[in-house]
Design a protein around this ligand. Structure first.
Ligand code: ADP
Ligand code: MG
Length: 288
């Protein structure tokens, strides 16, 4: 399979009021056509920045990017326009780009039919469930026929049950339509259940810490059935530990600094023992 996207030594520095912020450093990644790649990492490590660079919304300050297809972008909120019907919402991207041809409109109608939304086309977003609205948002994005879809925490506003169903639906749609996906998520299970590879980033400046290949060796893999595979918890443990180790290193550095200033180095080991678990769980709740 050929590469649809290649990132070569991508770096990004922002000029902020109180100095320079290095968000990303030396990011190298190749994505193949049809692949589903997830990106996870601590809050503020540059995940959204990376997606913006891939989308062309931000310019990298170092490195090269090669894209071999149109990009579609799905954000955390469905951002449907409440005063427009579902049908007019899914046509919105085509209108903005001035490509609302009869051929494209027919394609949108086919997508609505295929994914059981056609009968709701004259309804308004408020009349649909959260899961259905996310599917509408996806169809609006697919209407412009992107070959690479970027998802930034796209399901995090949904409740747990809805989220499982929606990720399953969206996974099937993307596979059917042969779309390559790059998804940022803070949910390790979501990343494992949907992806062919999971990329773990380090703390800021974000750089690739590890890339995990996910293979459930199933014929009709989908996010729901692979959650039941014995391999699922193995992948989860490995990635979880990787993130934990990272939190732990950061925690130790911070504690050492505080203790040094307070000249209380002799208490270091007992302090770690008591605060270890809490700090890791706090941190895990904070990755986004
Ligand atoms: P993530 O999505 O991993 O939480 P972001 O990509 O949003 O992280 O941000 C990475 C870092 O870059 C953060 O420290 C953030 O404050 C900083 N940053 C993001 N956008 C800008 C900007 N436009 N100007 C200055 N700093 C920014
Ligand atoms: Mg983000």
């Amino acid at each position: 399979m050929k590469n649809i996207l290649e990132l070569k030594n991508i770096g990004k520095k922002y000029q902020a009021k109180n100095g320079e912020i290095e968000a990303l450093k030396n990011i190298n990644l190749k994505v193949q056509e049809g692949e589903f790649v997830s990106i996870i990492g601590p809050s503020g490590c540059g995940k959204s920045t990376l997606l913006s660079i891939i989308a062309g919304l931000e310019k990298q300050t170092a490195g090269e990017i090669y894209k071999n297809g149109e990009i579609g972008y799905m954000l955390q909120t469905d951002s449907l326009l409440p005063w427009r019907t579902i049908y007019k919402n899914v046509l919105f991207g085509l209108e903005v780009r001035k490509i609302k041809t009869s051929e494209n409109e027919k394609y949108v109608q086919e997508l609505l039919k295929k994914y059981n939304l056609y009968e709701f086309k004259e309804k308004y977003p408020s009349q649909l469930s959260g899961g259905m609205r996310q599917r509408v948002a996806l169809i609006r994005t697919l209407a412009t026929r992107p070959s690479i879809l970027l998802l930034d925490e796209a399901f995090s506003a949904l409740d747990y049950q809805t989220r499982i169903m929606v990720t399953n639906d969206i996974f099937q749609i993307l596979k059917n339509e042969k779309i390559t996906a790059i998804m940022v998520t803070h949910d390790i299970s979501e990343a494992i259940s949907m992806s062919d590879r999971v990329v773990v980033l380090t703390n800021r400046p974000g750089t690739v810490k590890k890339i995990h290949k996910i293979d459930f060796e199933m014929e009709n893999r989908n996010p729901i059935n692979c959650r039941e595979s014995p391999k699922f918890s193995k992948y989860f443990d490995t990635i979880w530990k990787e993130l934990d180790v990272h939190a732990w290193e950061k925690h130790i550095r911070r504690k050492k600094k505080i203790l040094k200033t307070n000249k209380k180095e002799q208490n270091i080991s007992s302090t770690y023992k008591t605060s270890n678990c809490n700090s890791i769980y706090c941190w895990m709740g904070n990755i986004s």
